[in-house]
Write a protein that binds this ligand. Structure first.
Ligand SMILES: Nc1ncnc2c1ncn2[C@@H]1O[C@H](COP(=O)(O)OP(=O)(O)O)[C@@H](O)[C@H]1O
Ligand SMILES: [Mg+2]
Length: 510
């Protein structure tokens, strides 16, 4: 007899259905696993054998064949232990075979028969729900899986024995509850930053429209400080976004304690990050920092210190909102709708352009440093600002600075306007000006006559790329939204253009 158990293989953040077929037949004693298993799956043979033994079930002196169907889909990870063990238990009559037909099963086994947490319980539960089934997963992953919906039947046993008892009816398992991580209240606050009013304004605009931002300034001017205040002014994730973000964290094994948080991701990879760390991939496909920052912020401090190829690999996700990783025999994609915030010194010594400073390496110090950022990547940055060193008078006797909570209110209001606009235009999934399509922004950011004239002159003089032109429109739309204006005015366009020009001037000055 062949016992069948449903499970999933992860492709990107999707759980693709996989059937584990277990047959016990006369022959040489042992377990054979077929169906494109990777090393972790092949090793599950040893774990399953030991766990069954520890649970008081010894294998018969027969040949056990385990097939993971479809055979041509690569199976990665250790979550196949539990479905294989349950299939074997069903084949041996230790649990009723039909008990498993209503469930998708994922879980890793310890040698003592307990079930260990796995990555990806949430997407597995969502995948199971889509096929009308429930989910059997490790106890620790239960609260995460419960987010898939209250109608999904979830069993989260601690061990093989407690699951067997549940099926026998001697000890019924209760459904795990979804839990939310309380947000740590003390985020760093904008009020701690003295002076830097124009940089704070740019940060607010970037937060309001989801725009990419580059800050250029000498060391110690407060660039890292400004960026780390961004989470305190961003609105919380919506319910749909929360689920998407959590699916990625779940696949990456980064949902601590199975608890979800509605705070926008803020990822700060070090500049030594490799391509696999930033974009995703590696031996076992995993989402990279860009995907972990989905619906949130990817902050690249010391921007030019990143390897140029790694930076350029960001160009595609910045445009399409997903990271595509080509593997030897298949292709994986992870969502990566990110807001890029970057900070850099103007040159290697950091002092270029400072009054009274002369660099021994002259203008080359600056050109060489800035050339590490390619033109196409620069083109994707909507707002570029200079962050000059904070003046002594600002430091010593600062004027009262606005708190993050007040800025967050304005950001939330502008975001609400955007959400409403794109929802009523039938553009599901678009929630910010930065994320909207070019045809849409042309329609929604229609400027008045004076604004049009200014835009035409600026585009001519500054030779905007088509992308640059649309990005200026998007920033102008955000500025008008912050202002609560329907029509994009000349003043909004002028500010949007000034943000673009700051960067164009950089290479020109060098
Ligand atoms: N505008 C500012 N207001 C208050 N402190 C500041 C300001 N700018 C810089 N600092 C101080 O300088 C330190 C270094 O700032 P940082 O953001 O790391 O500089 P950067 O990243 O531009 O090199 C901060 O920890 C803070 O103590
Ligand atoms: Mg810094």
């Amino acid at each position: 007899m062949v016992a069948r158990v449903s499970t999933v293989a992860f492709q990107g953040i999707e759980g693709v259905p996989v059937e584990v077929q277990v047959m016990v037949a006369p022959g040489k004693m042992g377990i054979q696993i077929v169906g494109l298993p990777d090393k972790a799956v092949a090793e599950s043979r040893e774990r399953v054998q030991a766990a069954l033994h520890a649970s008081g079930l010894s294998l018969p002196a027969k040949r056990v064949t385990v097939n993971l169907a479809p055979a041509d889909l690569p199976k990665e990870g250790s979550h196949f232990d539990l479905p294989i063990a349950l299939g074997l238990m069903a084949a041996l009559g230790a649990i009723p075979a039909d008990a498993l037909s209503e469930y998708v099963v994922v879980g890793e086994l310890n040698l003592d028969g307990t079930i260990a947490a796995i990555a990806g319980a949430l997407p597995a539960a969502i995948g199971a729900n889509a096929t009308g089934k429930g989910l059997i997963c490790p106890a620790e992953s239960g609260s995460e899986a419960a987010w898939a919906g209250s109608e999904v039947n979830i069993l989260a046993p601690r061990s093989l024995i407690s699951l067997a008892n549940h099926f026998r009816g001697t000890q019924i398992l209760s459904r795990p509850e979804p839990s939310i991580r309380p947000n740590a209240a003390n985020l760093p606050d904008l009020a701690e930053i003295k002076g830097q009013e124009s940089a704070k304004r740019a940060l607010e605009v970037a937060a309001a429209g989801g725009h990419n931002l580059l800050m250029v300034g000498p060391p110690g001017s407060g660039k890292s400080m400004l960026a780390s205040r961004l989470p305190s002014i961003l609105p919380p994730l919506s319910a749909a976004e929360l689920l998407e973000v959590s699916m990625i964290q779940s696949i990456a094994g980064q949902l601590s304690g199975g608890k979800l948080s509605d705070r926008r991701p803020f990822r700060t990879p070090h500049h030594s990050a490799t391509m696999a760390a930033l974009i995703g991939g590696g031996l076992r496909a995993r989402p990279g920092e860009a995907s972990l920052a989905h619906h949130g912020v990817l902050f690249l401090d010391e921007f030019p210190e990143f390897a140029p190829q790694v930076l350029d690999a960001l160009r595609q996700p910045l445009e399409s909102g997903e990271c595509v990783i080509a593997r030897a025999n298949h292709r994986v994609s992870y969502p990566a709708r990110i807001q890029l915030i970057a900070a850099m010194n103007p040159c290697r010594c950091g002092m270029a352009g400072e009054p009274g400073h002369t660099c021994a390496r002259g203008p080359r110090c600056m050109t060489d440093y800035q050339a590490r950022i390619s033109g196409p990547l620069m083109d994707r940055i909507d707002i570029r600002i200079d962050v000059p060193a904070v003046s002594a008078s600002d430091l010593i006797r600062p004027s009262a600075a606005e708190a993050s909570a007040d800025v967050a209110l304005r950001v939330a209001r502008a975001r609400a306007i955007q959400r409403e606009r794109y929802a009523s235009a039938g553009a599901a999934g678009i929630s910010t000006n930065a994320g909207c399509s070019t045809s849409m922004i042309e329609k929604f950011a229609e400027a008045d006559a004076a604004g049009l004239q200014l835009l035409r002159d600026a585009a001519d003089k500054m030779k905007f790329s088509a992308r640059g032109y649309h990005r200026v429109l998007k920033v102008a739309r955000t500025l008008a939204d912050l202002d609560g204006k329907e029509i994009v005015g000349r003043i909004h366009l002028a500010e949007a253009i000034s943000y673009r020009v700051a960067g164009e001037r950089l290479p020109a000055a060098a």
